[in-house]
Each structure stands twice: as C-alpha cells, then as structure tokens.
Design a protein around this ligand. Structure first.
Ligand SMILES: CCCCCCCCCCCCC[C@@H](O)CC(=O)SCCNC(=O)CCNC(=O)[C@H](O)C(C)(C)COP(=O)(O)OP(=O)(O)OC[C@H]1O[C@@H](n2cnc3c(N)ncnc32)[C@H](O)[C@@H]1OP(=O)(O)O
Ligand SMILES: NC(=O)c1ccc[n+]([C@@H]2O[C@H](COP(=O)([O-])OP(=O)(O)OC[C@H]3O[C@@H](n4cnc5c(N)ncnc54)[C@H](O)[C@@H]3O)[C@@H](O)[C@H]2O)c1
Length: 259
C-alpha cells in the first residue's frame, strides 16, 4: 500500500519492534511520516529496526526528535514506566500512537504446562500491555493530547488453540483490556483497538512443528500464511485519522482463518 504521509506529526511507540510484526509496523509507520520510538527486549534488534527506517535517527547519536531505539522488558513495571519517561525525555512529548507488539509463546499441552510457562506468557503478552497502555494513557491525559493505542492480540484469543492455554488466555485478555480501555479513554480522545493476526510468517511461527503448519495453512481460505506487512497496513490505518471513529474494535488479519 503506497504511503500517504497520514502520520507526519505523530510520535509512535512500538514495543516488540526488533522483529517480525513490530519491525514491519515500525517501517510502515515511519513510511507514513511518523517518528518512531522502537522498543525491544533485544536492544540491538531495536537499533537495527531504527537503522532500517533510514532518514534521521538511523545513524549513531541521532539528533533529538529523530527515530530512536529503546531497550526495555515491558513486562516489568519499573521498566515500562521508565520507557515512557525516556520516550518523553527524548521527544519532549508523549507518543500519540502506541503499538504493543511484544509477545512470546511457551507452547505445551495443558496436562503438562508448567506454572512458569503460564506466568511468563501472561506477563509478557498481557501484563505488558496493561503497563504500557496505562503509562501511555496517563501521559496523554495529563498533557491533554489525543492518541491511538493498538494492541496486538491473536485469532487464538478468539478461538483458542491446541497447546496454547497460556497464550490464548493472554490474547483473550488483551481484547478485554483494550475494549475496557476504549470505554474509559474515549472521553479523553484516546482510541484503543486490538488487531488479531492469524498465521503470519515471523520467527514466532517458525517454531511451529511443520505438520501443524501444513495443517493450518490448508485451513486458510486465502490459502497462504500472511506477511508482517499485512498486519502493519491495518495497524497504520488504526493509527491514522482514517479510523477516527473506530475504538474498541477487534480487527482480524487472518486470510479468513476462523472467520
Ligand atoms: C486439524 C488441524 C488444526 C490446526 C489448527 C491450528 C490453528 C493454529 C492457529 C494459530 C494462528 C495464530 C498463531 C499466532 O498467534 C502465533 C502463534 O501462536 S505461533 C505458535 C502456534 N502454536 C501452536 O499451534 C502449537 C503447536 N504445537 C506444538 O508446539 C507442539 O505440538 C506442543 C504443543 C508443544 C506439543 O509437542 P509434542 O512434541 O508433545 O507433541 P506433537 O507436536 O507431536 O503433537 C502431538 C499431536 O498434537 C497435534 N497438534 C499439536 N499442536 C496442534 C495444533 N496447534 N493444532 C492441531 N493439532 C496440533 C500434532 O499435530 C500431533 O498430532 P498427531 O499425533 O496426529 O501427529
Ligand atoms: N506471527 C504470528 O503468526 C502472530 C499471530 C498473531 C499474533 N501475533 C503476535 O504479534 C506480536 C509480534 O509477534 P511476531 O510474530 O512478530 O514475533 P517475533 O518473535 O518476531 O517478535 C516479538 C518481539 O517481541 C520482543 N519481546 C519479547 N518479549 C519482550 C519483552 N518482555 N519486552 C520487550 N520486547 C519483548 C522480542 O524480542 C521480539 O523482537 C506478538 O504479540 C505475537 O503474539 C503473532
């Protein structure tokens, strides 16, 4: 989709920006004119994303206001709060677009799943979105700025999936959290929406056993897995004023899988 510079005045914070969907989102938002704050647990990966964005900020010691990389574990409360402080220190304003992509899987059948694998997936996939959404919303409300918050859930949060009780619960929680945030923050001019990707070609899905990949690909009405850019296009729409009357929505990007 050709860029239309719909986000030329926006500052966008993207978590999980070092890989897959988060990297594609960062590239797409920058292509529409946004300044991107790319955050990842893997700081080097976040810096590589900023390098890929090109333009100011991709060089070392970039001038203030250019794209910037941040290292943070967004499942940690202090780190998430510090991240929003650092972004505002760097850009002198809160991010008006916030895209939470950070996520992990620790797949196992329920009968064998460890408490640690449950806790870790819930912390990264759900608690991080509570922490980042809260900190971003607090900054926007206190500065009287409007914003668009986009949280990456999954079609698994809608229909469940074998081997993913932890992941499915986390992604279903993202939907409920986002709908509630939409109800509370609408009066402040802050929109909150969820995106539910299906099977997308990223490092996350490369770990899936081939026999499962083969099974599910045959179930997709469009007949193939999606690309990260397919998700980034929808995220960019939700970040822009083209979706100005959309909040509390759950937008499926699945090729028709589990429609
Ligand atoms: C009838 C086919 C239906 C297929 C439906 C699949 C729907 C998936 C939609 C997901 C879209 C969004 C995903 C997105 O959010 C990003 C991700 O979450 S990517 C990770 C997705 N994870 C999985 O799908 C789990 C994959 N499974 C595993 O990782 C392992 O099977 C594991 C659960 C760790 C267990 O491993 P173990 O070695 O103990 O067992 P096997 O791998 O040999 O599996 C045993 C049998 O169970 C079948 N199986 C496993 N997972 C699935 C699954 N997700 N859906 C259907 N069937 C599954 C596997 O095929 C084996 O069957 P069989 O004994 O007949 O060979
Ligand atoms: N790939 C798919 O098929 C698919 C489908 C539906 C939903 N999703 C979701 O999309 C999002 C992005 O997934 P992806 O496929 O791009 O995966 P990915 O593994 O390529 O990228 C995930 C990124 O999140 C980062 N991350 C992990 N834990 C973090 C933490 N605690 N703090 C900060 N960063 C952290 C990782 O370092 C990585 O760069 C995830 O939330 C995932 O659950 C993916």
């Amino acid at each position: 989709m050709a860029s239309q510079l719909r986000l030329r005045s926006a500052l966008a914070l993207v978590t999980g920006a070092g890989s897959g969907i988060g990297r594609a989102v960062s590239v797409r938002l920058a292509g529409e004119g946004a300044t991107v704050a790319a955050c990842d647990l893997d700081g080097a990966a976040a810096r590589e994303t900023v390098r890929l964005l090109g333009g100011p900020g991709s060089e070392e010691e970039a001038p203030r206001g250019a794209h910037a990389a941040f290292q943070a574990d967004v499942s940690e409360a202090r780190a998430a709060r510090r991240l929003l402080e650092q972004v505002q220190d760097c850009f002198s304003r809160p991010p008006s677009v916030v895209v939470s992509c950070a996520g992990i899987t620790r797949d196992e059948f329920l009968l064998h799943m460890s408490e640690d694998d449950w806790d870790k997936v819930i912390a990264v996939n759900l608690k991080s979105i509570f922490l980042v959404t809260q900190a971003a919303a607090q900054a926007l409300v206190s500065s009287g700025c409007h914003g668009s918050i986009i949280n990456i859930s999954s079609i698994v949060g809608k229909v469940g999936n074998v081997g993913q009780t932890n992941y499915a619960a986390s992604k279903a929680g993202v939907i409920g959290l986002t709908q509630t945030a939409a109800r509370e923050l609408g009066r402040h001019g802050i929109r909150c929406n969820s995106v539910l990707p299906g099977f997308i070609k990223t490092p996350m899905t490369q770990k899936v056993p081939q026999k499962v990949l083969d099974k599910v690909t045959g179930m997709i009405p469009m007949g193939h897995m999606g690309d990260p850019e397919d998700v980034a296009d929808v995220v960019t729409f939700l970040a822009s004023e083209d979706s100005g009357y959309i909040t509390g929505a759950s937008v499926e990007v699945t090729g028709g899988l589990f429609m």
